[in-house]
Design a protein around this ligand. Sequence first.
Ligand SMILES: [Zn+2]
Length: 337
Amino acid sequence: MSRYARQELVPWIGAEGQRRLVESTVGIVGMGALGSASSTLLARAGVGRLILADRDVVEMSNLHRQMLYTEADVADRLPKSEAAARHLRAANSEIAIEPLIADIMAEEARELFSRCDVVLDGTDNFETRFLLNDAAVEAAKPWIYAGAVSDYGALMAIVPGEGPCLRCLFKEAPAAGSVPTCEAAGVFGSAPVSVAAFQASEAVKLLTGHKENLARWFVRISLKEPSLAITEFKMDPNCRCCQEGRFDFLEERAISSANRLCGQNGVMIIAPKGTRIDLAALESRLAIFGRTYRNKYLVQTDLEGFKLTVYEDGRTMVQNTSDAAKARSIYARYVGI
Ligand SMILES: [Zn+2]
């Protein structure tokens, strides 16, 4: 019996749809709760290649909703994309899985869309979503917006040229602090998992050639009542992105490089392109100041009450502060590049 026999019995998938899935490449940006669930569904469904991008490490407070990860991943301080790749390979060894430990900026977004048939949003911030939207419109490839917080969430398949883009719906990124975040409003695991299930299903429809069945419109799922609402949006004839072809986020005009952490008590410092850190040397330097941990991917240490996580490409997360200037000074003092 084939691995996908039961799935092929679904009339609109069939053997032909399955063949198309196996030949497809899907990118997932953000391997939190949404990415954990959508990647699990797509890996098991037999999508031939998955590219999993995330910039963070698995933490204990992730486990209640980010279904791919285990306590061992927390103990090993594994980057999420690496931990995800290991677990998904154990579920399906017949597909290719590429972990990408990185912050998705313009160059990475362009590269991702050039390689993928569809990209799934697993991010937690509008800056990255607008960046994905720009890259999708530029490449004329679909992406699937999604978000979940508290006990509700939303998604929309965005097919450039055929329907509204994200900037037709939201002209600008919402002001910081104006949108509920997981940190402030909490999150109930069923919300992102429900949204991700719809998201993966929209991806499978796109990949198997069933665009006619896409939800197309903005789908809002609420678990408490429960309810599912679909709102129709039209293309905005004055949209800067899909009508005027101006890619503000891809050109990084609208993106700040120091403080890109949404709703978290932390600041991410982006190092200059091409930076390579000798993690072993950094660890021995930092060990003088505090308890230090190193694995293949990062060095982590507690300094002056701040938690520093330094990745090989120089990207550094400074936790326990939201003051970008303070974070930069800690970075300059201890990482010093
Ligand atoms: Zn638009």
